[in-house]
Design a protein around this ligand. Structure first.
Ligand code: XMP
Length: 311
């Protein structure tokens, strides 16, 4: 693809559409929303307010890391604490689609529409890519960031229009555009991380404690697999328990699944053939460093029939 042309066209389009109005965008730190943030700031500068919504569902140190990466590029990002709103919306929910819906509703109807109202923004810049649209329209999954393609009139529902500058790109195109903009590798090479964040990696109820468990397992997996070259890697907390022995005592502990996959565009995937030593090390760290976890499994399932995330 012609990255230069794409960048020029999108910047011109955002500039023209937003005009003298204000725009807002939510940055998760993922490659898609990061690219939108950079294009938006190049197009309209201070007329774009970029927020990082701290939903309680993010990884260790994520809010601080994202704010710093962008501060280093002179792009101000505001971190907004919405932890309690997300946790109370998810409380008691176990059905995957209900959990996704709760995250979407809290994000758009509550937190984000409040921010839009406060800031007087008429436009929302959104990091939707082509694969998100295709999978949602095909009914494979209700992607968190799809609204207009599902017939939701955002102006009526939420009071703003949505701009989607990346909607013709796939993930590999997005990374290519990031590289041609010379964005730091923390952005261009960042592994995919879903909008509903760690909620997609908890089977069953999302609680503060369960988030803490999956967050700690995620840190271990990401640290150990950072140089694996895999497309994506993660930890998942199951909703089951299993018997184990610790300090000569029986315990009924929690189960973490490690998933590491090869893929080019996330539409299909296969499990990475990780070295046995590495798998053993991850297993040992997870079951000793995280209290109450006494089993660690490696998921071999390709997509399809599995998906990459667990909800
Ligand atoms: P699945 O689980 O559908 O994931 O095989 C395919 C890719 O998409 C990511 N993913 C999401 N990304 N919002 C996103 O921005 C979402 O709701 C969402 N759900 C899944 C997932 O991490 C994988 O890379």
């Amino acid at each position: 693809m012609d990255c230069e042309k794409f960048i020029e066209e999108q910047i011109a389009d955002i500039k023209q559409t937003v005009g003298d109005s204000k725009a807002i965008n939510a940055l998760s730190g993922g490659v898609d929303s990061s690219l939108v943030t950079v294009l938006g700031h190049r197009a309209i500068g201070e007329k774009l307010r970029t927020v990082f919504i701290d939903s309680a569902l993010m990884r260790e140190g994520e809010a601080q890391g994202v704010v710093k990466t962008f501060a280093d590029m002179d792009i101000p990002v505001e971190s907004v604490d919405a932890q309690e709103e997300f946790l109370s919306a998810l409380s008691g929910l176990t059905d995957p689609e209900e959990k996704r819906q709760a995250v979407t509703d809290t994000f758009y109807s509550k937190v984000f529409s409040r921010l839009v109202r406060e800031s007087g923004a008429k436009f929302l810049l959104h990091g939707t890519i082509l694969t998100d649209i295709e999978e949602t329209v095909a009914g494979i999954k209700r992607q968190h960031n799809i609204l207009t393609q599902l017939g939701i009139n955002t102006e009526e529902a939420y009071g703003y229009s949505v701009l989607e500058p990346l909607k013709t790109l796939r993930k590999d195109d997005v990374r290519e555009v990031c590289k041609s903009l010379d964005l730091p590798v923390e952005i261009s090479q960042r592994i995919p991380f879903p909008g509903p964040a760690l909620a997609t990696r908890i089977v069953g109820e999302v609680t503060h404690e369960r988030l803490d468990t999956v967050r700690r397992a995620t840190s271990i997996v990401e640290e150990e697999l950072a140089d694996s070259g895999a497309f994506q890697y993660m930890a998942v907390l199951l909703n089951d328990r299993a018997t184990g022995i610790r300090n000569n005592k029986r315990e009924f502990g929690q189960i973490i699944v490690v998933r590491c996959i090869e893929s080019t565009d996330a539409r299909t995937a296969t499990a990475t053939e990780l070295p046995w030593d590495k798998l053993n090390l991850i297993c040992r760290r997870i079951t000793t460093e995280i209290e109450d976890v006494n089993r660690c499994l490696y998921d071999l399932t390709p997509k399809p029939p599995a998906t990459i995330e667990y909800i």
